[in-house]
Design a protein around this ligand. Structure first.
Ligand code: 28F
Length: 639
């Protein structure tokens, strides 16, 4: 430990305090220190290259995962100005990487439109990295600097000529004392890089994985921008487009830009994905509201003009006109205001007016110029309207029926005594035998059991009226008590936790996906509110004499076999929940003290949406390919 006294000047102290603040409360700067936060580091650095691309100065961005699980990002932009920052008397590069918020937005200058602003995130990434190496090629010269946990480790150096190269190269290794997980997931980076290349038409992003045995490379480059995004989403995985061209609209006002791309397919689901300044607004906001209002009005106006709807008819609802719709809304604006603390809902009211104005004008024009397509779209909305009418009648029938036998709860439900929802949980159990043993071992004070009858309907391919007349779904709808679709009201939910308990085999997985698809499509509020869980029954019983262990994975089984001393040890794979006696089922899967539950969260609507559309759509090919590609995701979700 060197004993020289470091006399920091006040700017060094400001730097160290700033970076210390980031290391103390990383969540304040990157959301979480989970896998999502780890990948957010890459997104922050890439955003700075995207800014350089938006300035028209960079054509290609290369992102590489290295064997030591460091990541490098390289662009061919101008490079960071090589002079000294006049205020601090330090190289601009060092200031961008060590002073919090050193960049345009906080230091004056442009505005944040691409999720980053030339270095806004760089100092945060630096603070949270074990080391960062920067190579800056600017005006034919090459400069380097190295940092460790945010502090300068090797000072700024002018290395000489850049041999004609220009741009910035940053390689960093996240600090394992901050991040629980430091192994990068190629697919998480791929999803976001693909999104960025759609949202910034013409920017080429190359993603490489150089790790042993999983070398991969993908070039993401779409001149078509969000039109290409629609083509990507509407490929065979979601259903077949019902009109050839993607409808594209764009408008600007007071420096704000709104872009919309949309296309209908033959499925019954709507996929609307919106962005503000290239960041996904999963909870929507004013830009989505403006789009939806204009869409519903434009289609009703056109249907009335075409005589398909009588002037005094009720008209088509928002759900009717959005059935089978895939749409991307991307807005770029200066002072973006977000409503929810997750920054996932846009609040600027001017964006409602802007998207409404653009979509109204452009759609009317489009229908005039493409009457055949207008007709197809109206016919689909009319069919959806008829199905909704049928669903309403079916729902009324159920209501009347349950009103008649005045027991709105399904016969099979073994309810619990506690009436306060947040203290209770209901197990949705596959099959009567497992349902029977679950009823025997549960704690009836707060645990309810609903055995599921037969196969749950695949709602991915069914309209609402089929859902209401499906004997396996109706008991679930009645037991939960909060309605579905337009009727959904989470205040009326009868249980705090809804726990899907199915076998750890293929059938069990299928039931899980069917139920998750149903909840995702018709009761998404339950997933967003964190009410849905997956029970984790053990895979193996490992025993030797009186000693008994339950293993929940292959690795755990091997570990227990090892632990009990291999000879005389037996391990049996549980085929189904029914094989377990009530005590074992209670101990391993239902006792809150000892069980493991997996909470299902809508981490990324696109990924989940894709999973349900692909897994549950009726196209076999993409389904198999998707499972192979995403097995680990599916495993993680334990589907
Ligand atoms: C791998 C990550 O960070 N690329 C960057 C630039 C370009 C400029 C810049 C960056 C000082 C404080 C504004 C060059 N010439 N890739 C990147 N490329 N930062 S970061 O300027 C930083 C200024 O904020 C740049 C003219 N204007 C801007």
């Amino acid at each position: 430990m060197s004993n020289e006294v470091k006399n920091y000047d006040d700017s060094q102290i400001q730097v160290l305090e700033g970076l210390e603040a980031v290391r103390k409360r990383p969540g304040m700067y990157i959301g979480t220190t989970s896998l999502r936060g780890l990948h957010h580091l890459v997104f922050e650095i890439v955003d700075n290259s995207i800014d350089e691309a938006l300035a028209g100065e960079c054509d290609c961005i290369t992102v590489t995962i290295w064997p030591d699980n460091s990541v490098s990002v390289q662009d061919d932009g101008r490079g960071i100005p090589s002079g000294l920052n006049e205020k601090l008397g330090k190289p601009t590069l060092e200031v961008v990487y060590t002073v919090l918020h050193a960049g345009g937005k906080f230091g004056g200058g442009g505005y944040k439109i691409a999720g980053g602003l030339h270095g806004v995130g760089a100092s945060v990434v630096n603070a949270l990295s074990e080391w960062v190496e920067v190579e800056n090629c600017r005006d034919g010269e090459r400069y380097t600097e190295r940092f460790e946990k945010g502090a300068v480790a090797r000072p700024f150096m002018h290395e000489g000529s850049s041999d004609g190269r220009h741009g910035l190269y940053v390689r960093f290794k996240p600090d394992p004392t901050i991040f629980e997980e430091t192994v990068f997931d190629y697919d998480i980076l791929l999803t976001r890089m693909r999104e960025q290349s759609f949202l910034n038409a013409g920017v080429k992003i190359i993603l490489k994985d150089e790790r042993e045995g999983q070398e991969r490379e993908e070039v993401l480059h779409y001149e078509g921008g969000i039109v290409s995004f629609i083509e990507y989403l509407n490929n065979e995985k979601r259903g077949t487009p019902i009109h050839p061209q993607v409808i594209y609209m764009k408008g600007e006002e007071d420096g704000s830009i709104a872009e919309v791309a949309m296309q209908y397919n033959d499925s019954y689901n709507e996929t609307i994905i919106s962005f503000a300044n290239n960041m996904a607004t999963i909870e929507g906001g004013t830009h989505e509201t403006g789009f939806k209002n204009a869409l519903t009005k434009a289609i009703n106006d056109y249907a009335k003009k075409a005589g398909v709807i009588k002037p005094d008819d009720k008209g088509l609802s928002g759900d009717d006109v959005r059935e089978g719709l895939v749409a991307i809304i991307s807005v770029k604006l200066t002072d973006a205001q977000f409503e929810s603390q997750t920054k996932a809902k846009l609040g600027n009211s001017e964006m409602r007016r802007l998207t409404d104005k653009i979509v109204s004008a452009k759609l009317e024009e489009f229908f005039e110029e493409n009457p055949a397509v207008g007709k197809i779209i109206i016919e689909k909305a009319m069919a959806a309207n008829r199905a909704r009418e049928a669903a309403r009648k079916a729902r009324e029938l159920i209501r009347r029926k349950s009103a008649l036998d005045s027991s709105p709860l399904p016969g099979k439900l073994a309810d619990c005594n506690e009436r306060e929802a947040r203290l209770t949980e209901v197990y949705l159990v596959e099959g009567d035998s497992a349902g029977g043993s679950a009823k025997n071992c549960r704690d009836s004070r707060f645990q309810a059991i609903l055995p599921l009858r037969g196969k749950v309907l695949n709602v991915e391919k069914a309209r609402l009226d089929k859902v209401y007349s499906n004997t396996s779904l109706i008991p679930i709808i009645q037991a939960l008590g909060c309605g579905i679709g337009e009727d959904f009201n989470i205040e009326k939910l009868r249980y705090g936790k809804i726990i899907i308990m199915a076998d750890a085999d293929v059938d069990g997985s299928h039931i899980r996906v069917l139920l998750l698809t149903f909840f995702f499509r018709h009761m998404r509020g339950l997933i967003e509110n964190g009410n849905i869980y997956l029970a984790q029954p053990p895979l193996y019983k490992v025993h030797k004499g009186k000693q008994l262990r339950y293993a929940f994975s292959e690795e755990e089984k091997d570990k227990y076999v090892e632990e009990l001393g291999t000879k005389g040890v037996e391990s049996e794979r549980y085929k189904g929940l029914g094989e377990m006696d009530p005590e074992q089922l209670w101990e391993t899967t239902m006792n809150p003290e000892t069980r493991t539950l997996l909470k299902v969260t809508v981490e990324d609507a696109i990924a989940c949406d894709e999973i349900f559309s692909v897994l549950m759509g009726d196209m076999v090919e993409p389904r198999r390919e998707f499972i192979e590609k995403n097995a680990k995701f599916v495993e993680n979700l334990d589907i």
